[in-house]
Design a protein around this ligand. Structure first.
Ligand code: F6P
Length: 320
């Protein structure tokens, strides 16, 4: 029987993680469970940095980006020694189940840990990249897209006024999700993403043709994993003779006030994760599909997500 659980946030932070922690803690307490908060993700389990949380511990955090539990990337958790130490911490603190709030890398680690030690684990998908398989939208990605979009709207003002080309780099090492969403929502002219080959010559050809027709400004969004805004802007200037400027949005996209959507997702999935542990589920992630909460195997969640990038890309181009 589960009496005490632990919650941790790992990998890159995402807006809405705090709302998820709050939901996990309060739903667990409502179900007469004790909850421990683990600091800095897996690192905190390895180094026994955790503390008991109460209702009040999570007051006033629903509107905050980042994570009050802190987060980290933890290569040590990939070692047998690191995993053993984490397991000892769980035993020593009588923890019967874990809620892991994080992205693909976090789920991979949770799945490996479960396979070895059989500690019940439930994942709550939270990552700005939206790169977890079987999950429509991860907590935080809606906020990150809106943050990037606000920047693009500002850039559009100056791009139009000064008749320039802008290349805007957004986050996404392996995923073009943010780039495509932002390009579509921002009415951008092109998007360069890791999942699709791009041809700079043809982009430049379009720019020059457009310029001859009187099209005065362009915004091209590039996902960080597909290229550098600085390099691409430089090449565009060289190839077209037109003034191009790079902008790198960077970590601005990871922070900030979570959107209503990210918060309600976090509340719903936080509750679901606690319910799942109580029902004896394990090695699963909770998500919302067609308005319903569903469970997916972590093993499936960590396989490569295939986005329908071509449809989005074609629409961006059609609407230009
Ligand atoms: O959390 C996902 C992400 O923001 C990616 O989009 C990005 O490539 C990466 O994290 C950056 O990680 P870090 O902040 O550790 O450099």
């Amino acid at each position: 029987m589960i009496k005490r659980i632990a919650v941790l946030t790992t990998g890159g932070d995402a807006p809405g993680m705090n709302a998820a922690i709050r939901a996990v803690v309060r739903c667990a307490i409502n179900n007469k469970l004790e909850v421990m908060g683990v600091f800095r993700g897996w690192w905190g389990l390895i180094n026994e940095e955790l503390k008991l949380l109460d209702h009040h511990s999570v007051s006033g955090i629903i509107n905050l980006g980042g994570t009050i539990l802190k987060t980290a990337r933890c290569p040590e958790f990939q070692t047998v020694e690191g995993q053993n130490r984490a397991y000892q911490t769980l035993k020593k603190n009588s923890i019967d189940g874990l809620v892991i709030i994080g992205g693909g890398g976090s789920f991979r680690a949770a799945h490996e840990f479960y396979k070895k030690y059989k500690v019940p684990c439930i994942g709550i998908p939270a990552s700005i990249d939206n790169d977890i398989n079987g999950i429509d939208v991860t907590i935080g990605s809606d906020t990150a897209i809106n943050t990037a979009l606000a920047a693009i709207d500002n850039i559009r003002d100056t791009a139009t006024s000064m008749e320039r080309i802008f290349v805007v780099e957004v986050m996404g090492r392996e995923s073009g999700y943010i780039a495509l969403q932002v390009a579509l929502a921002g009415g951008c002219e092109d998007a360069i993403i890791p999942e699709r080959r791009f041809d700079l010559e043809s982009i430049c050809h379009d720019i020059v043709e457009g310029n001859l027709r009187g099209k005065i400004s362009w915004i091209i969004v590039v996902a960080e994993g597909a290229g550098s805004a600085f390099d691409i802007a430089k090449k565009i200037t060289e190839m077209t003779g037109l003034e191009s400027r790079p902008v790198v949005l960077g970590h601005i996209q990871r922070g900030g006030r979570p959107s209503a959507f990210s918060r309600t997702q976090a509340a719903t999935l936080g509750e679901a994760a606690v319910e799942c542990l109580l029902q004896g589920e394990s090695d699963k992630a909770v998500t919302i599909k067609d308005g319903k909460i569903i469970l997916i195997d972590l093993e499936f969640a960590i396989t490569k997500k295939k986005l329908d990038v071509d449809s989005w890309y074609n629409l961006i181009r059609v609407l230009t």
